[in-house]
Design a protein around this ligand. Structure first.
Ligand code: FAD
Ligand code: NAD
Length: 474
């Protein structure tokens, strides 16, 4: 016997995007049904942001022990208990999980259905034994790892972001396919935890990032003996005594590298297959669901958000999408999804953070731009912490309007926040010099780079003449 529900809103997928929509709508008193086929919290909590940052945090602790002598502290080598690291990672997930739980959402008044959803027609979604006929639907089904067609890959055990956090023993040698954020973050985390790490990419590493900033990060990886093979295609994979052997060509020579574990991190595809989108008249490609500026699909009752839409894939983007849907569905407002500058951060050490245009993108779009830089080595706090690698680069129009900011270095993601506010509120670079920032903080570097905007004026003859005249007046 099927139950039929008729809520105002039905959200499919209880990850970053879906949970935000469901929580906000429920708090406004709207009847909501939330359907999730897997774990509440989706990729970010269970297989993505949270475990990867927790693993990096463990790696950074091990690295701090390794580099303690620089601070005059002698310690014996870090002893890594891999079961302990595993438990720490899952402890971080467990600490956050109650926020995303069935209990919390039921308490908010949301009807949570734990089943797989698919459309039966333009108006109806089926989930287990429940039929949902909602006024509006939101598809927030996320994405999954793409698996490249490399001969032999099917015959070897390989890891993805969905399985690597279950490993609780030492990874002797991790071979990573893909040098995007996932490959670099997990590659570096494992290196810091004592594994040998080799990363392959079919393209240049960090090809879309500012090349100067990318160089700083890639140098750190190479200095710490992460082996990088850019522009290299793994041709074949086979089982070996150690675990896995990968075959490729380098400088015309055939090379084999053997590792204990293989991680596939070659990009992601939206989870659309099981939804029967065609039955609901929802246009889509393999890259994502087609949406308009308010994230409405070609079925006007249905929105799509987050990774399911394709393009950039971030939790904060899925959350931003959720806000657009709430404003449009509940208040009939028409916010434009392309209006915000979406920042991005790679949480390696050093971090690489970007908001707005890179220098290369700005050159393409504007005839005249100005570029201001300040190195971390100019910052007193960075000297105290011995975190002097990296820089901040700000790209502006001639009048100081900020077009983009790149930061590579310690806490770059935190440092970026000031610039996100400045760009969102149309604050020009020169205005930042009036801020009083606490000393000594890394954030002072942002003020330093802002001073650079006035540097040419300080040496202008007319200004010196005015100051001279005022001095003579007493
Ligand atoms: C290793 C890794 C690290 C990452 N680190 C970061 C980071 O540091 N910062 C950042 O901003 N982003 C990061 N991301 C990206 C981020 O996780 C995603 O962009 C974000 O989770 C997308 O949210 P979403 O709501 O679209 O999808 P998800 O959070 O994945 O949620 C989708 C949910 O829908 C469910 N679902 C799918 N199909 C159905 C169906 N038919 N019926 C019912 N339920 C269904 C799934 O089970 C899942 O729970 C990372 C990703 C990975 C893989
Ligand atoms: N810090 C963060 O915000 C964060 C962290 C992790 C993931 N994410 C997001 O999750 C998504 C997925 O990340 P990702 O790193 O898997 O994907 P990605 O698409 O960013 O990078 C995949 C990389 O794999 C390479 N590649 C493709 N096929 C290959 C092959 N056969 N062999 C070797 N290399 C190959 C590509 O050239 C590319 O550099 C991204 O959108 C990313 O922004 C964000």
């Amino acid at each position: 016997m099927e139950e039929v529900l008729k809520p105002d809103l039905c959200v499919i997928g209880a990850g970053s995007g879906g949970l935000s929509v469901a929580a906000a709508a429920a708090q406004f008193g709207v009847p909501v049904v939330l359907i999730e086929k897997g774990l509440m919290g989706g990729d970010c909590l269970n297989y993505g942001c949270v475990p990867s940052k927790a693993l990096l945090a463990a790696g950074k602790r091990a690295d701090a022990v390794r580099t303690a002598a620089t601070f005059g502290i002698e310690v014996l080598e870090a002893q890594i208990d891999h079961r302990g690291v595993h438990d720490h990672v899952h402890g971080a997930i467990a600490a956050i999980a109650p926020n995303d739980s069935v209990e919390r959402f039921t308490g908010l008044g949301v009807r949570v259905i734990q089943a797989q959803a698919n459309f039966l027609d333009k108006f109806t979604v089926e989930a287990g034994r429940v039929l949902v006929r909602a006024r509006r639907f939101v598809i927030a089904t996320g994405s999954s790892p793409t698996i490249p067609s490399i001969p032999g890959l099917d015959e070897v055990p390989y890891l993805t972001n969905e399985t690597i956090f279950d490993v609780s023993e030492r990874i002797q040698h991790l071979i990573v396919l893909g040098g995007g954020p996932i490959g670099l973050e997990l590659g570096q985390a494992n290196r810091m935890l004592g594994s040998h790490v080799t990363i392959f990419d079919t393209a240049d590493f960090l090809a879309h990032e500012d090349p100067e900033a990318a160089k700083v990060l890639l140098k750190r990886l190479e200095d710490t003996e992460v082996v990088l093979y850019p522009n290299t295609r793994v041709e074949r994979v086979e089982p070996s005594v150690q675990g896995v052997a990968v075959h490729f060509h380098k400088d015309g020579e055939s090379v084999i590298i053997k590792g204990s574990h293989l991680l596939v991190a070659t990009g992601r595809k939206p989870n659309l297959k099981q939804l029967s989108l065609d039955r609901a008249g929802i246009a889509h490609t393999a890259d994502g669901i087609k949406v308009n500026e308010q994230l409405k699909t070609t079925n006007r009752r249905v929105y799509a958000i987050g990774d399911a839409v394709g393009g950039a894939q971030f939790t904060h983007l899925a959350n931003y999408h959720a806000g657009i849907v709430i404003r449009n569905a509940l208040f009939r407002l028409k916010p434009d999804v392309s209006a915000a500058n979406i920042p991005r951060v790679i949480y390696t050490d050093p971090e690489l953070a970007q908001v707005g245009l890179t220098e290369a993108e700005a050159h393409k779009q504007y005839r005249r731009i100005r570029i201001f830089r300040a190195p971390y080595s100019d910052n007193d706090r960075a000297q105290c912490e011995r975190q002097t690698e990296g820089f901040i680069k700000v790209i502006t129009k001639k009048d100081g309007t900020i077009l983009g900011v790149t930061i590579v270095g310690a806490e770059a993601g935190e440092m970026l926040q000031l610039w996100i506010v400045a760009m969102a509120k149309d604050i020009r670079i020169g205005d930042l010099i009036s801020l009083v920032l606490p000393y000594p903080t890394l954030s002072e570097l942002s003020k330093k780079v802002a001073y650079a905007y006035y540097q040419p004026t300080l040496t202008k003859g007319w200004l010196r003449t005015v100051i001279g005249l005022l001095r003579r007046l007493g």
